[in-house]
Design a protein around this ligand. Structure first.
Ligand code: XMP
Length: 326
């Protein structure tokens, strides 16, 4: 019989056979797939695995702590956290174009990750150990989509540390290759990962960087993080997390409108709520959230988030609107 427990046992045995006594690296993104892949590999080889988490400063409230504390508490995995938020903000300075933002965030991510990787390899090398594997949370649908290929990742090292070769070749460990998303969640649960990680809704790699329409600054990120946290809290309290595919909260940073708050006139920013229902993100419909829930969200955001004086509801389906605003 094909139970979640037997999937775990089978994969643990396969990973041990593949990796042997060598070492592996896994990039954690904060998402479900990389967390479950890492937890599985950790179950199999323990301290031979090092997880690397690059904090680009574009995560939502509490998400980095979830990786840093909850993931580590649940798995006992060895984690290296790289705080690169300053570097990402500097690279994003003055940039408003969405594709430009994506390119910059992607490029910086690779650079930071490769630097961490090179340091790990150098340290392992000094201890006479060989880092030969890269763990990836590839799922069955990704395998089908890309034609079923597997094998190695060739990673260019821009940051040579201690005389590493220019190209580092890793063998891939992909323990989720036969699984669908719902099975990955069950495996995660079986491995003791908390619901906040296992049931997490999709969140884009570039994070809040593509939810600020306009330039990304620390102040704007802080503001958006507060508004987003309120929305997530209220949706969870209303029991709607499973029903809603995701609910981007978007800051229209270059737009201001007049409001009246507290002692007088304000000139603040609007935030947009984008709650959608969807099967696969290819198409989506806007969620018919209850009016009293929308009212509570609106009241809380305008009361609790400085500089936000208007809450807008996006009622566009996809197509023609995409889920994200950028
Ligand atoms: P759109 O906005 O194209 O989004 O309707 C479809 C799904 O993809 C996510 N998304 C991204 N995920 N990097 C990602 O990893 C990206 O640049 C990106 N842009 C959109 C989005 O959140 C939705 O789930």
């Amino acid at each position: 019989t094909w139970t979640t427990g037997s999937i775990v046992e089978e994969q643990v045995a396969a990973i041990r056979a593949q990796v042997g006594t060598r070492r592996a690296i896994c990039a954690l993104s904060g998402g479900v797939d990389s967390a479950v892949a890492a937890a599985l590999v950790n179950r199999a080889i323990g301290d031979q695995l090092t997880c690397v988490y690059v904090d680009h400063g574009l995560m939502r409230k509490g998400e980095t702590e979830q990786v840093e504390k909850d993931f580590v508490a649940a798995t006992g995995a060895r984690l290296r956290l790289v705080d690169a938020s300053e570097r990402f903000l500097t690279a994003l300075k003055g940039v408003s174009d969405p594709e430009q933002k994506r390119k910059i965030i992607g490029r910086e991510f690779i650079r930071v990750f490769e630097q961490a990787q090179a340091e790990l390899i150098a340290e392992a090398g000094a201890a006479g150990e060989d880092v030969a594997f890269l763990v990836q949370g590839t799922l069955y649908p990704d395998v089908v989509e890309s034609g079923g290929g597997t094998g190695t990742a060739n990673i260019k090292s821009h940051h040579n540390v201690g005389g590493l070769p220019e190209d580092i070749e890793f063998e891939l460990v992909e323990p989720l290759r036969q699984l669908f998303k719902d099975e990955v969640r069950m495996v995660g649960q079986e491995l003791g990962l908390p619901d906040e990680i296992v049931q997490r809704q999709p969140f884009p790699g570039p994070g809040l960087g593509i939810r600020i329409v306009g330039e990304v600054t620390r102040e704007r990120l802080d503001l958006l993080r507060e508004a987003d946290a309120i929305v997530r809290e209220e949706l969870t309290a209303a029991g709607l997390d499973r029903e809603i595919w995701q609910c981007p909260v978007v800051l229209l940073a270059d737009v201001r409108s007049v409001g009246v708050q507290g002692d007088g006139r304000t000139y603040g920013h609007p935030v947009v709520l984008r709650p959608v229902t969807s099967e696969d993100a290819m198409t989506a419909d806007w969620s018919r959230l209850p009016y009293d829930l929308l009212a509570r969200i609106s009241t809380r955001i305008t009361n609790e988030v400085r500089d936000v004086n208007r809450v807008i509801l996006d009622i566009t389906s996809k197509p023609p609107g995409t889920i994200e605003w950028e």
